[in-house]
Every structure is written in structure tokens, then in C-alpha cells.
Design a protein around this ligand. Structure first.
Ligand code: AMP
Length: 280
């Protein structure tokens, strides 16, 4: 397994591989890898002959008051996990290489980014689209794999790729959860045992709403209230609980088409997101 830090070297290697007929998959991550990331890697390996994992904690998707400085990092552990999964390359650029002095070009998706997480994190998705654009240009993959855990992000990336004609196929992988139901996330390390017990209200609320849906409930206000109730009981600071159209993220009154029930909540300042798909 190679670790490539230089953007030009990454492009050269990818061009050589493409020339030799290899199919390249990119799995973009911010590192501190967990089972959710590894599932993306396995999905990538099923569909491509070369798997490249990028590890880059992207400063431009964090607002000044957010946790960029504290975001968990452990490159040697990530390297070991990637090696065990048979990853071909870790692309590990520095922030200085990605954002050189005078950097002034941004990619803005101007519709899907303004809902859900975009309301409380108004600059976040511009950072995401910009860095994913740069990663796609550095790695030149045939496919890129993203997680359904960040459903809004995945939809925005798909829109960007379509709108700007990136020659890449975006693949989605399902949410990986711990045995207790909590969606795995690098940020879960911030949670104390007590906070983690409270954070379980997020997946529990979604699970209960999904059960109500399976029992025939279609009313968005009832389904979102089910999640809100669980979060409130756990003393969460609710950012949003919304039922939206899967394709355009517009709010729905009823589940009359494939829908996303999405929620974000803070537990003592630790912000977690989760979602589930409802398919009538
Ligand atoms: P991150 O390192 O948090 O930026 O995540 C990198 C990629 O892993 C994104 O496409 C995420 O959606 C995906 N991911 C993170 N957590 C999970 C999870 N629990 N299940 C599936 N995919 C995940």
C-alpha cells in the first residue's frame, strides 16, 4: 500500500493506472476510520480494481466555532486499517497543498445545501463540494463511494457531479450502526458513557418512527414527533427532525413517495446526525 501526499503524484499514478485499464474507486474520508468507512472501502473493492482512500480533515467545511482543531486524528491507526482491507493507496494531502496561499475558487451547490444541516451550518456544504471537487480532480476515479449516513451530503455530491459533468459514478453505501443502534461516527469518541446512552435516543426515535411507518403511519407530523419525543426525553438540543423528499430534500406532509426522515441533535454540544429511508 502506498501513501501519496503530493497531488501531482496522485494524478500521475491514477493516469498510469487508467491507461493500464484499471478501474479506480475513491473513498473520501476525514480519517479516524471506523466500520462505516471500512464498509465503503469493501464496496469500492467490489466494484473497482484499485481502491484509493483519501484522508483529509477539510478545514473549509468547519465553521470557526466548530471542532476542526479537536477533530480526532490517528494516521498510523488509519494506515493499519487500510492495509488490512487491502487498500491500494491512501491519498493524504496536507491542508497547505489543498489550499495554497491565495486560494479563491469555491464550488457552491445552491439548492439542496440550503436545507436540513445547511440551516445550522450555512458554510459547511460549500466546503464539502469544494473539497470533493478537488479530491475528484486529484484522484481521477471512475467511481466514488459515499455513506447514506450523510444523506444530504451524498445527494449534494450527486447533484454537483451531474451539474458539472464530472466523469465519475457516485455510489452510496448503507448506514453502519454499532450493536446498540448508534450510527458509527468518528465523533462518537467525544461521547462519555452517559452521553452515549442519551445519544441512543436519536437512532431509537428513528427506529420507532420506522416501526410506526411500517404499521401504516404516513403523517409527517406524527413521524417527526415520534423522533422529537425521544430526543426531548434524553435532554437533547434538537437542531432539526424533518421528513423530506429523497430526491430534492423538500419537506413533505405525508410519506407519499420515497422519503428521508432525517434528524440532527446536540448532546452537551456534541452534534450527531442520523436518518432513515421510508419507502411507501
Ligand atoms: P467522514 O470521515 O465522517 O467525513 O465520512 C467519510 C464517509 O464515510 C462519508 O461518505 C460518510 O457518509 C461515510 N460514513 C460515515 N459514517 C458512516 C456510517 N456509520 N455508515 C456508513 N457510512 C458512513
Amino acid at each position: 500500500m502506498k501513501v501519496v501526499r503530493n497531488i501531482n503524484n496522485m494524478q500521475t499514478l491514477s493516469r498510469d493506472w487508467r491507461g493500464a485499464g484499471e478501474k479506480i474507486a475513491l473513498v473520501p474520508t476525514m480519517g479516524y476510520l471506523h466500520e462505516g468507512h471500512l464498509q465503503l472501502v469493501r464496496q469500492a473493492a467490489e466494484q473497482a480494481s484499485k481502491v484509493i482512500v483519501s484522508i483529509f480533515v477539510n478545514p473549509t467545511q468547519f465553521a470557526p466555532e466548530e471542532d476542526y482543531g479537536d477533530y480526532p486524528r490517528d494516521f498510523s491507526r488509519d494506515e493499519e486499517l487500510c492495509r488490512r482491507e487491502g487498500v491500494d493507496v491512501i491519498f493524504y494531502p496536507s491542508a497547505e497543498a489543498m489550499y495554497p496561499d491565495g486560494f479563491s475558487t469555491w464550488v457552491i451547490e445552491d439548492k439542496l445545501s440550503n436545507t436540513l444541516c445547511g440551516n445550522s451550518r450555512p458554510t459547511h456544504f460549500c466546503g464539502v463540494t469544494t473539497v470533493v471537487c478537488k479530491l475528484l480532480n486529484a484522484v481521477l476515479p471512475d467511481i466514488a463511494v459515499f455513506g447514506q449516513k450523510d444523506a444530504q451530503q451524498a445527494l449534494i455530491i450527486k447533484r454537483m457531479v451531474r451539474d458539472l459533468n464530472f466523469p465519475v459514478e457516485i455510489i452510496l453505501a448503507p448506514i453502519v450502526r454499532d450493536a446498540d443502534g448508534l450510527a458509527v461516527s468518528s465523533r462518537n469518541v467525544y461521547l462519555s458513557d452517559q452521553q452515549r446512552r442519551r445519544a441512543l435516543s436519536l437512532s431509537r426515535g428513528l427506529r420507532e418512527a420506522l416501526k410506526a411507518f411500517d404499521d401504516g403511519e404516513r403523517d409527517a407530523s406524527v413521524l417527526t414527533k415520534t423522533v422529537r419525543c425521544e430526543l426531548k426525553k434524553a435532554g437533547a438540543n434538537i437542531d432539526y427532525v424533518e421528513l423530506v423528499d429523497c430526491d430534492n430534500l423538500q419537506p413533505l406532509e405525508n410519506v407519499d413517495r420515497p422519503s428521508l426522515l432525517a434528524a440532527a441533535a446536540c448532546f452537551d454540544g456534541i452534534r450527531l446526525i442520523d436518518n432513515c429511508l421510508l419507502e411507501p
